[in-house]
Design a protein around this ligand. Structure first.
Ligand code: ADP
Ligand code: MG
Length: 344
């Protein structure tokens, strides 16, 4: 599919080392490029940025890209510039904390990446003319979580876009509603891929609590979710880990607002470790984590699969480590057989 793109894009793709499209790129680029609006669901790390950046660059029309945070806006901009290196398009970044004069200039660019608050601000001051044939909303589910959907709606109603792309790790009802409000004929493309091969599974026999804490501390290197089996233990484990890491936690006894707040801390990388139980962890499959540590051995194989499915980002192997005691040897043997058949 990359082979049908322009020479300028192919050259840039070679330079960034993208040899073949990822699943989401394969599915989303052709319709979006040919002018169909799309709602695309694919998990974090699957390559959504290029799925909209490539069509935008190939079509050559002005485009507005909305992202929920400044960090994401900068990431998207960087990827855009790398992919657009030979397309001769100008890029602008509109985010909070930057002087107005500079933003006025940025706003006249061909491809403008921005956070919702700042763009409304500029538009309100009459600085920005919202005239973009193509509009993309990235990480729509996070826009929703962060309470930005009304702002997004406001921006889109004034952007004069004809072609829309909505990209999200999950597509809750609110996201679909937003998309269909602006693009009633949008194609809904869901690309969920579970890639157990990209996860390294490790199992460590431990004697008890102290050793579990010790091992967990040793194992965590990046962004990690630590699973425990009971609500009662969540805060205790979080406490143990907090002398070495920035820790957040969620469990079923926390009010919903606190759960959202704590989860958001982890999503925004204000915490590097999230301690959680299985029940509350169901809603967090949007997160890109490096490691999953099973502080407690999951009670069954299915739970194991659910937990470790959260580890791993594109191009980086995820690590799933399970701590177990003698009592759990049987169970661990069964899990091992299933996830790494060659080890039996
Ligand atoms: P998402 O937005 O879905 O979370 P990103 O667009 O941030 O994912 O991409 C995740 C990582 O994958 C980035 O480091 C990106 O450079 C890389 N990537 C994207 N597309 C490809 C590809 N076709 N080949 C190799 N790496 C890719
Ligand atoms: Mg993304």
């Amino acid at each position: 599919m990359f082979e049908n793109l322009s020479e300028e894009l192919k050259r840039a793709l070679r330079e960034v080392g993208y040899e073949r499209p990822t699943k989401v790129q394969e599915v989303a680029i052709p319709p979006f490029l040919s002018g169909e609006s799309v709602v695309v669901q694919a998990k974090t790390g699957s390559g959504k940025t290029a799925s909209f950046m490539i069509p935008i660059l190939e079509r050559g029309e002005r485009a507005l890209i909305l992202t929920p945070t400044r960090e994401l806006a900068s990431q998207v901009l960087t990827e855009g510039k790398r992919l657009g290196k030979y397309k001769g398009k100008t890029f602008g970044l509109i985010i909070g904390g930057v002087g107005y004069e500079r933003q006025e200039r940025e706003a006249r660019s061909d491809i403008v990446v921005c956070t919702p608050g700042r763009i409304l601000d500029l538009w309100g001051k009459g600085i920005l003319d919202l005239n973009f044939p193509v509009a993309v909303v990235d990480e729509v589910d996070r826009m929703f979580d962060m309470g930005f959907l009304d702002d997004v709606r406001m921006i889109l109603s004034h952007a004069h876009a004809r072609l829309f792309g909505f990209f999200s790790a999950t597509v809750p009802r609110e996201v679909e509603e937003l998309a269909y409000q602006f693009a009633p004929n949008a194609r809904l493309l869901k690309v969920d891929e579970y890639k157990p091969v990209e996860i390294e599974h490790k199992f460590l026999l431990v004697r008890g609590w102290m050793e579990k804490v010790e091992k967990t501390k040793e194992l965590i290197e990046g962004k990690a979710i630590v699973f425990v089996n009971t609500k009662a233990k969540v805060e205790e484990v979080a406490e143990e880990l907090s002398d070495e890491f920035k820790v957040s936690y969620i469990h079923g006894d926390l009010p919903q607002s606190a759960r959202n707040r704590n989860l958001m801390k982890f999503r925004r990388n204000e915490a590097e470790v999230l301690v959680a139980t299985d029940v509350v962890a169901r809603g967090i499959d949007v997160i890109d984590v490096d490691e999953v540590v099973n502080f407690d051995t999951p009670r069954d194989v299915e739970t194991y699969i659910h937990r470790v499915g959260r580890a791993g980002r594109m191009g980086r192997k995820g690590l799933a480590v399970t701590l177990y005691t003698r009592k759990e040897e049987q169970l661990v043997r069964r899990i091992r057989t299933l996830v790494t058949p060659q080890l039996t």
